[in-house]
Design a protein around this ligand. Structure first.
Ligand code: ATP
Length: 517
């Protein structure tokens, strides 16, 4: 049985009841001072969001946009929706309190964070989730997806209940889980709601019922949570979870050693509350996740912002032919010498290469550090903190930092090693150009990277970046080869030039070559 089937089988036992949803057949909308009764058409297609308007009476109520305005707002903000009976886009955070009765603390926290108004994904995902709808959302990197799910989930939890975890948020990496935890703490200030994220897995009963009842939200990577679930069956209880948010959903749905599909299935099984609702968020869309959601999530709402699987247009992107590994090092040193504005994030394909590049750059007089899965949690936390504080200018990393991590003001992303898929490219370069800021991405390639070149060039072209025509006319890679490429890394010559190595980062010969992350 493949893991896809496992998910589907596990799923059958889980019922879903939307919480407070819009009335089935009619609702009221207001234009100026007039109220209209809106009959929602029974649609035959998923695509339909058609509403028929009839004049009702003339009273003053809270303003809600009319259908034309709703369509106009979505169009203006590049929002596309699929699903019936969708609430209108949110035009300001004040509407959260005035229209949806959201705790003023949450609204004030959003404002104190400096958010003047909702971003396009927040405009549509927040009201949908507040209406208790299950959501599949896809919006560009750095477009505020975290707030798009945190704000409505926190709002719908209401007051602390001491029932145990009522919302579970999954993310692929510890760094991202921690970042979501920080944002959650910020947004929930004053509400009494408490979040916890699993840092260390301990054998004691730290996560027992008594402990869980103190918290409302649990944030974790699938692996840590599974570890706890397996350690002692009663150690952690997910039966009271009403909201399950899967961030970076396409990554978590990925099968194999680099994905989390089996773990996700096990977690789903443990979340057996009959009121469970799910929300999937990512910057990249995969048909597989969409199909699964349509099949398994009752009345799912699909929300997309912009074109699917493209990069942020604020990022200036460049492809540079470096010839060889030595050429890459030379080109990168040249880039530094010409003057680059920190902070800079540099991606390589494996932890061994991350260590090698670090060993090369450590004596170049720049503040450089490295993060990869061989470093301890403590080291990783320290590096991330130092990078956030500006003490590190250049951070060398693997794809573990490729998704979701929000370092404010990254000016430049360097793909020192060519990404092995368009999806990886989109997420990596999405670390710059966030929240509407400008950014730059430089990607080196050598002859080893030719098979994947066309795909990346296509993504760049779709985002409006100039690419040489010959790249676009290179032979298309077959689906089989593309999948193979996504699961392996090219054999490359070592980065090391023989410069003295720092002892603590000496390359582990056993792990050399094929290891990733
Ligand atoms: N309404 C808003 N107005 C301005 N900035 C915002 C708003 N909402 C979020 N942000 C900021 O935008 C940045 C990116 O947000 P976030 O990390 O949620 O993006 P994302 O869409 O999840 O990106 P990725 O796909 O890379 O994970 C953060 O620094 C966040 O503080």
């Amino acid at each position: 049985m493949n893991s896809d089937n496992v998910l589907n089988i596990l799923w059958r036992g889980v019922k879903s009841k939307p919480r407070k949803s819009l009335p089935d057949k009619t609702t009221q909308v207001t234009q100026g001072d007039e109220v209209f009764k809106v009959k929602k058409e029974e649609s035959t297609s998923d695509e339909s969001d058609v509403e028929e308007v009839t004049h009702l009476q003339s009273v003053k109520v809270k303003a809600e946009p009319n259908p034309e305005r709703i369509v106009g707002l979505r169009k203006k903000n590049n929002i596309t929706v699929k699903g019936k009976n969708l609430p209108p886009p949110l035009e300001s955070f004040d509407e959260l309190a005035s229209v949806y009765g959201v705790d003023e603390n949450i609204v004030n926290n959003l404002k104190s964070a400096g958010y003047d108004g909702p971003t396009p994904i927040q405009m549509q995902a927040i009201p949908a989730l507040l209406k208790g709808r299950q959501v599949l959302a896809c919006a560009p990197t750095g477009s505020g997806k975290t707030v798009a799910f945190l704000a409505p989930v926190l709002a719908s939890l209401g007051k602390p209940s001491r029932k145990g975890f009522r919302a579970l948020i999954l993310s692929p990496t510890r760094e991202l889980a921690k970042q979501i935890f920080r944002e959650c703490t910020l947004l929930s200030a004053g509400t009494g709601l408490k979040a916890n994220y699993i840092t260390k897995v301990r054998q004691d009963d730290t996560y027992g019922t008594k402990f869980s009842s103190k918290f409302d939200v649990l944030i974790s990577t699938p692996n840590r949570l599974i570890h706890l679930l397996r350690l002692k069956p009663d150690l952690i209880n997910l039966q009271s979870v009403e909201w399950l948010v899967v961030d970076e959903s396409d990554k978590l749905f990925e099968a194999g050693t680099r994905g989390f599909r089996d773990q996700l299935a096990e977690i789903y099984k443990a979340c057996d509350n009959e009121n469970l609702k799910r929300a999937m968020f990512s910057a990249t869309y995969t048909v597989h996740v969409a199909r699964w959601c349509r099949k398994n999530l009752k009345k799912v709402v699909e929300i997309a912002v912009g074109h699917r699987n493209t990069t942020v247009d604020k990022v200036e992107q460049e492809l540079v032919y470096a010839g060889s590994e030595q050429g890459k090092l030379h080109a990168f040193r040249d880039l530094i010498r010409k003057g680059m504005s920190p902070p800079v994030l540099v991606f390589v394909q494996s932890k061994d290469r991350a260590k090698q590049l670090f060993d090369e750059l450590i004596y170049d007089g720049i503040n450089v550090d490295v993060i990869h899965s061989d470093r301890t949690q403590h080291q990783r936390d320290n590096v991330v903190r130092a990078f956030r504080e500006g003490k590190i200018w250049v951070l060398i990393c693997t794809d573990i930092m490729g998704r979701g991590v929000d370092f404010v003001g990254i000016k430049l992303v360097v793909n020192y090693d060519f990404p092995n898929s368009a999806i990886s490219y989109i997420h990596r370069i999405g670390r710059t150009g966030r929240a509407g800021m400008a950014g730059r991405a430089v990607t080196y390639f050598t002859d080893e990277d030719k098979p994947a070149l066309r795909t990346i060039a296509r993504v760049m072209k779709d985002s409006g970046c100039p690419v040489p025509e010959y790249m676009l006319s290179l032979k298309k890679t077959s689906k089989r080869d593309r999948l193979k490429m996504e699961n392996t890394v090219p054999d490359r010559e070592d980065i090391s030039t023989g410069a003295p190595k720092l002892k603590r980062f000496k390359t582990n010969q056993k792990l050399k070559k094929k290891s990733i992350q």
